[in-house]
Design a protein around this ligand. Structure first.
Ligand code: ZN
Length: 230
């Protein structure tokens, strides 16, 4: 969250105004990776984009939800964002935090329809540098806890079905174990995803956003992305 809220808001407003298709992890998987479903009529002619936020920071609730609510009102456009969450760092009742989200925050953002809640491992460990049993634990426990947190609001398969590897760190072993629990895996490699080049659904590229990328630059990149043909 090194990006300022004003800059982020500028970018989000541009996307809302211009009718982008805000992809969830499951939509990306179904329509562009597995291609098991036809793209619905309503998305034809739009540009797809996925906005993802890692590491469970509280600001994703306190700062971003009010902006998403304003944009929804103003542009009749719901922006959905993907959160890759480490349940191990979530604020707990006996461990309150102003830095990290709580399960209640996740439930509230999900209930409002803004959050797609996915896994970032249990404790943000480097998955390529731990033992097999720790790896299994990091992958499985995150899924269990996130699904427990959203119980009653979401079907289990809507939550933590996809993972973003902490630090983008992975290898063949991580991929093999990730595939036991998750349908797809996201990197942190500052590369735009080009579907034609996607070789491996456990190595989905993501563009890293930091202060070096002005909102104007992000907008320029977004306008250049492909449009779903009619
Ligand atoms: Zn992270």
């Amino acid at each position: 969250m090194s990006y300022t809220m004003q800059d982020l808001e500028k970018f989000l407003e541009y996307l809302a105004r211009n009718n982008y298709w805000f992809l969830s992890t499951q939509e990306l998987y179904d329509y562009f990776i597995d291609r098991n479903r036809d793209i619905p009529q309503e998305y034809l002619g739009k540009k797809p984009i996925m906005l993802s936020f890692d590491d469970s920071y509280k600001t994703v609730y306190t700062n971003i939800i009010p902006v998403l609510e304003r944009l929804e009102k103003e542009f009749k456009q719901k922006i959905k964002i993907v959160l890759f969450v480490n349940p191990g760092t979530l604020a707990k009742i006996h461990h309150p935090s102003t830095t990290y989200l709580s399960c209640e925050d996740l439930r509230a953002g999900f209930a409002k329809g803004f959050y797609d809640i996915q896994s970032h491992g249990e404790n943000h460990k480097d998955l390529a540098k731990i033992t097999v049993s720790e790896l299994n634990q990091e992958l499985a426990q995150a899924q269990i806890e996130l699904r427990e947190c959203l119980a009653g609001l979401a079907a289990p398969q809507e939550i933590a079905r996809h993972i973003a590897y902490p630090y983008g760190s992975m290898n063949h072993q991580v991929e093999t174990y990730a595939a036991k629990y998750y349908q797809s895996g996201y990197l942190y490699n500052s590369t735009i995803l080009r579907f034609r080049w996607l070789q491996d659904k456990y190595r989905i590229s993501r563009l890293t956003v930091n202060r070096a990328k002005s909102p104007e630059r992000l907008i320029q990149m977004a306008t250049r992305s492909f449009t779903i043909s009619k």
